[in-house]
Design a protein around this ligand. Structure first.
Ligand SMILES: O=C(O)CCC(=O)C(=O)O
Length: 372
């Protein structure tokens, strides 16, 4: 094998492997052009000076007499930040910490165990890999991942990792809980957009199925992808990123980040670091919700910084419609004063797009904009 080819195959094995082998310098493959590098101020803090406290949505309060007030805050967060911190979400602490722990144990296994799940097939029910899109990326990102398709569970579960031996059981538990939470959040999102009145529904039990009920059913039966991200310490964190600027394609993403900072979002033209809030989820609007809300709720660019000291693990649960659905602006949100701004979009075009084009930035969403 030529030296270039053997280096390429080393990069394909991921950054955890390089870290475990004591890498001292970031290889050229990971070095970003100067204008795309993170603006790190000191090696000590590894994070720039701009820290952001996201709007906080108290999920328990949302279920009580203050629902209307919390819905307003939810709308404000989705319009102005595209992100919020969800506290008091009701998922038992143990279920989350078990998932974090088993994920750590997964990445601590020898490469020979992890690489069993490597696959270039984007539709595979389980996919271990590295970077953002390791087939297309010119510059690689300092991240390894394990992606698990979660729906329909009986079909996909037999493909999930069998080691660590409790992986499946703990991941199933976490996936089910995040799905329930997602559905409750969608109801709140619909209410905050003024397209559904949950109060009315509970009072009139046999209310006719309206469009939104149909959409809720679609989402209930929709796609869920769990991504376990591992960002090992990086010897020169100012030269690279854990994840490049991107938006999420789905409806909502529920992200659990550990205590190690790294997530940055674009807010008022600055990259700002999202402060980890223990016990919370960072929730963000995806491209499909931006389309569905006809541009009112924003799918915002985000990226991940790495640091030289601590390994960072995050769990992203991406939820959306079934792969066969068409995503379009809600008819109730399209008016003469607020005409339709996005084309109808199906999952197939999205998947084709990410296979063939640069899916970083907000390129996919931009490609769905109506020009007139
Ligand atoms: O690790 C993070 O904080 C963010 C992960 C992310 O953006 C993603 O999985 O799409």
């Amino acid at each position: 094998m030529s030296p270039a080819m053997s280096l390429e195959s080393l990069y394909q094995k991921g950054v955890k492997n390089m870290y475990d082998n004591g890498i001292q310098h970031v290889p050229g493959k990971y070095i970003l052009p100067v204008n795309e590098r993170p603006n790190i101020i000191t090696d000590e803090t590894t994070c720039p000076d701009l820290d952001l406290e996201l709007p906080v949505i108290d999920f328990a309060e949302l279920q009580g007499p203050n629902r209307a007030k919390v819905l307003k805050s939810l709308a404000y967060a989705c319009e102005n930040y595209g992100f919020f911190q969800l506290v008091n979400h009701g998922i038992p602490e143990e279920i989350v910490s078990n998932m974090v722990n088993v994920s750590k144990r997964f990445f601590e296994m020898p490469l020979s165990e992890r690489e069993k799940y490597m696959s270039a097939d984007m539709s595979s029910p389980v996919r271990y890999g590295t970077s953002f899109n390791q087939t297309n990326d010119g510059v690689f990102s300092w991240r390894d991942f394990l992606k698990l398709v979660c729906h329909p569970l009986p079909d996909v579960l037999p493909h999930w990792p069998t080691s660590p031996s409790d992986f499946r059981q703990l991941a199933v538990c976490y996936a089910k809980e995040t799905k329930i939470l997602f559905m409750m959040l969608v109801e709140a999102i619909f209410e905050s957009l003024g397209i559904k009145d949950t109060e009315k529904k509970t009072k009139q039990s046999n209310l006719e199925d309206d469009d939104e009920d149909e959409i809720l059913k679609e989402l209930e039966n929709g796609s869920q992808l769990m991504v376990v991200n591992c960002y090992p310490p990086c010897p020169q964190p100012d030269l690279t990123l854990g994840m490049p600027p991107h938006s999420d394609y789905g409806f909502l993403t529920l992200l659990h980040q550990d205590r190690v900072k790294g997530l940055q979002i674009q807010h008022q033209n600055n990259w700002v670091t999202v402060q980890p809030v223990p016990g919370s989820f960072v929730v963000n609007v995806g491209d499909h919700l931006e389309i569905f809300s006809n541009g009112r709720y924003k799918s915002v660019l985000h990226r991940v910084l790495v640091n030289s000291k601590n390994c960072r693990i995050s769990l992203a649960s991406l939820h959306s419609f079934p792969f066969t659905s068409i995503v379009r602006p809600s008819e109730k949100l399209v008016t003469e004063a607020n005409p339709k701004i996005y084309k109808d979009t199906d999952f197939a075009s999205f998947l084709n797009y990410i296979r063939s084009c640069d899916s970083k930035k907000k390129n996919f969403l931009e490609s769905r904009r109506l020009t007139n």
